[in-house]
Structures are given as C-alpha cells and as structure tokens.
Design a protein around this ligand. Structure first.
Ligand SMILES: *[C@@H]1O[C@H](CO)[C@@H](O)[C@H](O)[C@H]1NC(C)=O
Ligand SMILES: *[C@@H]1O[C@H](CO)[C@@H](O)[C@H](O)[C@H]1NC(C)=O
Ligand SMILES: *[C@@H]1O[C@H](CO)[C@@H](O)[C@H](O)[C@H]1NC(C)=O
Length: 296
C-alpha cells in the first residue's frame, strides 16, 4: 500500500515542482566484475539541514517487472517490499543523505544484477535518474587438453568460464583459421556464467602448435592458450606411460569394487539393505577412477 502512495506523491510533485528539484547521476554507467561490490550514486539538492522525516528514497530495478531494491519512506527504511534477488546484499549509506547523496551499495554482484536502475528521490519535490549496471566476468584461465586419438590424429580441448558469451577461435602455428572444424558448447549454471568448452579434432604432423582464443566480443577482451602437439617419440613414451598408469588404475578400481562388494555383503548380514545400493556405489567408484585415467 505504501508503494503506490510514494508513486502518487512522486507524480503529483513531478508536475508542480519538477523545475525546482532535480536528481542528478554523476555516473550513469557502472561496469563491475562478478563477485565484487558496486556503489552507485545519485544526488539531490538539500538546502540547509536535512529533514529526514520529509525524505523518501527509492532504488528500483527495471526488469520485465519492476523490482524494489531499496526503499526509505518518510525517513524510515522499509525492507518488506525488497525483491528476493537483493536480500542481504543491499545497503544505503544513510550518512551520505545529509549531503544530498543517495548512495546504494550492492555486494557480491551477480550476473543477474546487470540492467537499469531507477534512483528516485522525493524531498520537497521529486525526480529520478536512470543508472545502468554492467557485469562482466572475464575469462581468466584456459584449461587445455591434448589427446592422441589415432595415427597423427589429435583431439584438442580448451575450456574456460566467464560472462558474457565468448567465441572460441582456433588457429594453427601459422595463424590459419581452423574455427570451422571446432565444436564449441556453452553451459550455464545458477551463477549464469558460461562454461565454454571447445574441441578441435585435427590431423597433424608432429611438433605443431595450435592456439585457442576466447574472444569476449562485448568486452573486447581476448585470452588465448597455446597447445603443443607432441613429437612422435615423446608421444609413444607418453602413451605408454598412460597405459601403465591406466593399468594400475584399472587394477585399483577392480580391487576397490571387490572390496566394496564384500563390504556390502558384510553389511547385509547385519542390515537388510537393498542390493542396488552396493552396485550403485561401486559403479560410481569405477567412474571416478575412469575420470582419473582421462586426466593423466
Ligand atoms: C564487499 O563488501 C563486503 C561488505 O561490506 C565486504 O565484506 C567484502 O570484503 C567486499 N568485497 C570486496 C571484493 O571488496
Ligand atoms: C559437435 O558436437 C555434437 C554434439 O556433441 C556432435 O553431434 C557433432 O558431431 C560435433 N561436430 C563436430 C564437427 O565434431
Ligand atoms: C580478439 O580476437 C579476434 C579473433 O582473433 C579478433 O578479431 C579481435 O580483433 C581481437 N580483439 C582484441 C581486442 O584483441
């Protein structure tokens, strides 16, 4: 109920006093990194001592729906209408109000915080300004993989995460573009960051290098990695090594499963547990071991 009242007051004053009272935004665009804090500000005229009781301040985010970020109504903070997106992450620096500054702090910035904010002030007149917030999460490190898939055949993988979406460009040592041959997939989690995985399957002679570049078009940022395709002698050694480690892991996995199975049987003597649990557990175990093989 309080909210429409504020809007009503706003509209009413807008017509009467709009020329006398103006809100300014010293900075109309803020660009911050994911996970950091941002402080956005708008200013309004205060002549003399601020009368808190006459002051209403609101910050709203303009999404498909309007979301309340912060409300101070006639000098009283009101968190009832605050949208759940912002719970626990919002602070208005109240001491700044005395100087005619409405300073909003958002902590632990999310990708979803990006957008347009309305800073509205009602103090013997009313006005607002729009401020826009951009959030970026640079692609910082690239995880890379080089796997031999056959005779002079390779699978190269580059993986990274960030925001916004990055394109992955592939080149060989001579900077020839190989992007057409690559396969790039995008996944997003709750944090809305993109997990980008790009795979290039290629025939290559020994001793070649390849580049993968994560091109964040919107931020005009590039990072790249260099992948080395090993020389054949080393490659054989490496493959042998892999086989050796692989064999050990398989033996460990088998032994682990047998042990687990026996443990389960043992347990069943005491408890009437479902046999499936046992199978499920040992299967997971094997999968884990398998992943370790992949990694080496
Ligand atoms: C953001 O603000 C919170 C609370 O004021 C503080 O604990 C945290 O260290 C700040 N984080 C950064 C990255 O400055
Ligand atoms: C790309 O990946 C998709 C899904 O994994 C697969 O169906 C497709 O064949 C791949 N394309 C190339 C060129 O590797
Ligand atoms: C990033 O890489 C792309 C593709 O290689 C290139 O077109 C673009 O100019 C680069 N941008 C910057 C800022 O380096």
């Amino acid at each position: 109920m309080e909210k429409p009242l504020l809007l009503y007051i706003f509209v009413f004053h807008w017509h009467l006093l709009n020329a006398l009272f103006t809100v300014e935004a010293p900075q109309s665009l803020y660009t911050v990194e994911y996970g950091s804090n941002v402080t956005m500000e708008c200013t309004f005229p205060v002549n003399g001592q601020l009368k808190f009781k006459d002051l209403s301040v609101s910050w709203e985010k303009k999404d498909e729906f309007r979301k309340d970020v912060y409300v101070l109504l006639k000098g009283e903070e009101d968190f009832n209408s605050q949208h759940s997106d912002f719970k626990g992450r919002i602070k208005l620096l109240k001491e700044k109000l005395n100087f005619g500054q409405s300073v909003l702090q958002i902590t632990d910035v999310k990708v979803s915080d990006a957008g347009f904010y309305r800073c509205l002030i009602d103090y013997r007149g009313a006005d607002y300004k729009m401020i826009s917030l951009k959030v970026k999460a640079p692609y910082r490190t690239i995880n890379q993989g080089v796997v031999s898939t056959g005779d002079k055949e390779w699978k190269l993988t580059c993986q990274s995460e960030g925001y916004p979406k990055a394109e992955v460009i592939w080149q060989n040592g001579g900077y020839q573009d190989l992007t057409d041959k690559a396969n790039t997939s995008y996944k997003t989690g709750n944090d809305q960051l993109y997990r980008v995985t790009s795979t290039l399957k290629i025939k290559s002679k020994a001793d070649e290098i390849f580049h993968c570049t994560f091109w964040n078009k919107e931020l005009q940022e590039n990072i790249s990695a260099i992948l080395y395709v090993a020389d054949s002698a080393e490659d054989i050694l490496w493959t042998k090594n892999r086989r050796f480690v692989g064999a050990i892991l398989i033996v460990t996995a088998l032994f682990g499963s047998v042990l687990l199975f026996m443990l389960c049987i043992g347990k069943e003597l005491y408890k009437n547990e479902d046999e499936r649990d046992c199978r499920g557990a040992s299967f997971e175990e094997e999968e884990l071991q398998y992943k370790q093989i992949e990694k080496t």
